[in-house]
Unconditional design. Structure first.
Length: 381
């Protein structure tokens, strides 16, 4: 019988040829891990992403890619629409709008010894990496959850591992042996997750870069407390940082979706609150949403189908006691439009700038500050 390969299957295989290297850590001839760089690949960061015949939302859909597919880019195109984010990417078969895409790379890292009792912040440098946990009863298991949790239409779809995504940040607390894989026999980092602190999980060490302490260096700490202000305009989706009444930093953000709310009895509005606030706490790596670790009687790891699970959110700077924060974002590139559950989404580099600039200061080995009254924040329309 003749075997036929569909167009989608062919494109997916060709698109993953290079991206799949992230999951085959040791390759013949690959001796300088730090120099291997897959420079322009896109990860689909939403349930489905159409490829359109032209860079417009009303053009014909040529094909559809799904969450976590990796796509190569041939060209970046600036179109007329949407006005807040007019960038499209030319890919095989047409164009994708960048709003729900993530630019990723595959850059392998040298392993770093972690002294006992120390934690270091590390960033994922491959498109995504699979975490594993160990128990005496079940041995090594991947953190597997039902695929429908991540938006697949079929509830009978096979299990899908909740990965740690490119540019997310996590606390590394040990370099240890891990599961012996067919394509990887190196060391693993043990990750500390404050939301799932009862279970340690591990990822391959070559998939994470230990961040230098300079990522915590305060910016203009000599400026008096009362002379710094963070201003957010929800109408224009912009953030301004002021020193002595003058703008020293400006960027586009994504605030909460007005009028929305999460499902369930503990639903919260997704509208970003307006008013005057102060920075209350700064957390370099934050697991937001819900825990994705729940051990069933048979050792399975489960989560609710309606949960949203975002581990490793970088550079969270909280300004309300119920959890609103400025923070980095690795699941969309649609700044200029409301996108969040109420927080202020920012590009990772911008969130790091605010984290370092706003008071209170933060030290490189501190998971959280909890120092109370910090830099003034004003949010308005």
């Amino acid at each position: 019988m003749e075997s036929k390969l569909s167009r989608r299957d062919f494109l997916k295989l060709s698109g993953l040829t290079l991206g799949g290297l992230a999951f085959t850590p040791f390759l013949p001839g690959l001796t300088d891990l730090g120099n291997f760089n897959d420079s322009f690949v896109l990860r689909i960061a939403t349930v489905e992403m159409p490829v359109r015949s032209k860079p417009t939302d009303d053009s014909r859909i040529y094909q559809t890619w799904r969450r976590d597919d990796l796509v190569h880019v041939y060209e970046e195109v600036v179109a007329a629409e949407p006005k807040h984010n007019p960038v499209w990417y030319r890919v095989w078969g047409g164009y994708m709008h960048r709003g729900r895409l993530q630019r990723v790379k595959t850059i392998y890292q040298p392993q770093v010894e972690i002294p006992a009792g120390k934690r270091f912040l590390a960033e994922v440098t491959v498109p995504f990496t699979t975490p594993y946990w160990y128990s005496k009863a079940y041995g090594w298991k991947s953190l597997a959850i039902p695929a429908k949790t991540y938006g697949w239409k079929s509830p009978a779809a096979p299990l899908k591992t909740p990965p740690l995504y490119y540019s997310s940040v996590h606390w590394v607390e040990a370099l240890e042996e891990g599961p012996k894989m067919a394509d990887y026999s190196g060391a693993w980092y043990r990750i500390f997750d404050e939301l799932d602190s009862n279970i340690s999980y591990h990822v391959p060490a070559i998939h994470m870069r230990i961040l230098p302490s300079s990522y915590f260096d305060p910016i203009s700490p000599e400026i008096p407390f009362e002379e710094k202000l963070i201003e957010v305009n929800l109408s224009t989706q912009t953030l301004l940082a002021h020193e002595y009444g003058k703008v020293v930093f400006q960027t586009t953000i994504s605030s909460g979706i007005p009028g929305g709310g999460l499902s369930g009895p503990k639903a919260l509005s997704t509208t970003t609150p307006s008013g005057k606030f102060n920075i209350l706490d700064k957390v370099p790596a934050k697991h937001m949403g819900n825990s994705y670790i729940s051990i069933g009687k048979n050792g399975s790891l489960l989560t609710g189908a309606d949960d949203y699970v975002l581990p490793g959110i970088p550079w969270s700077t909280f300004f309300t006691p119920v959890g609103h924060a400025f923070h980095g974002t690795y699941w969309h590139e649609n700044f200029g439009a409301p996108m969040s559950h109420g927080c202020i989404n920012m590009r990772n580099s911008d969130a790091n700038w605010i984290f370092r600039w706003a008071k209170p200061n933060h030290t490189a080995d501190s998971i959280s500050n909890h120092r109370g009254f910090g830099t003034n924040v004003e949010i308005h329309y």
